[in-house]
Design a protein around this ligand. Structure first.
Ligand SMILES: NC(=O)c1ccc[n+]([C@@H]2O[C@H](COP(=O)([O-])OP(=O)(O)OC[C@H]3O[C@@H](n4cnc5c(N)ncnc54)[C@H](OP(=O)(O)O)[C@@H]3O)[C@@H](O)[C@H]2O)c1
Length: 190
């Protein structure tokens, strides 16, 4: 089962549709625009996806980002149990998901403020960009780790290096790249 953020357009949308095409059956797609997500879900189903969960959520809030992971895991746990009850006796090779297999974080903003000189950056622009481009992948990773451990799953952060110097945008992917999820699996020192 795969969770993809930023799936209503661009790279996230392309990833969801491609993964459905190459055989992934259970997808959870997240972004704010529900109608766009429904269109992507419909295309994924045409490509063969059996179960596509659409989650219209603003991921710039830490708790909502964690909630998106939790909702995905709970939803597929429930549908797995129903499938087991329905099919187990007819299909002995039936496989049900242990949890999240891949977390793909593609939701991101390139704010208009990126072209302004550093001295003109506003706190609001900085805060909004950090919230989605950096805090959101961190929050989702923390929430997803217990499930990813069970499946020996993977995390994929989609970001850029900022291209030409863009003071606000450039630091957010750099932060995401420097966040090593394995550190989060170690116990906190007391
Ligand atoms: N395309 C490129 O050439 C390129 C190059 C380098 C790096 N990148 C990076 O790759 C990532 C994806 O780029 P893209 O080209 O696919 O961008 P995009 O087409 O603009 O897609 C961004 C996605 O993020 C979602 N999103 C934005 N704000 C959100 C929020 N507050 N909560 C939840 N979802 C939100 C958008 O959906 P909603 O509006 O429906 O919420 C959309 O699905 C970005 O981080 C971008 O910086 C892209």
């Amino acid at each position: 089962m795969i969770l993809i953020t930023g799936a209503s357009s661009g790279i996230g949308k392309g990833a969801a549709e491609h993964l459905a095409k190459i055989g992934y059956r259970r997808l959870s797609i997240v972004a704010r625009r529900e109608a766009k997500l429904e269109e992507v879900a419909s295309t994924c189903r045409q490509h063969g996806a059996k179960d596509v969960l659409v989650l219209p959520i603003d991921l710039s809030a830490w708790n909502d980002a964690r909630e998106a992971v939790q909702q995905t895991i709970n939803y597929f746990k429930r549908t797995s149990i129903i499938r087991i009850l329905l099919y187990m006796q007819f299909n002995p090779t039936f496989f049900y998901t242990k949890g999240l297999d891949i977390l793909i974080c593609s939701a991101g903003v390139i704010p208009k403020a990126i072209r302004c000189p550093t001295s003109d950056l506003s706190y609001e622009a900085f805060d909004q960009t950090m919230a989605l481009n950096f805090s959101c992948p961190v929050a989702m990773t923390i929430e997803a780790i217990p499930s990813l451990r069970k499946t020996k799953g993977n995390i994929l952060y989609i970001s850029g290096n900022g291209g030409k110097p863009k003071p606000l945008y450039s630091i957010t992917p750099q932060n995401a790249w420097n966040f090593h999820p394995t550190q989060a699996t170690n116990p906190c020192p007391t």
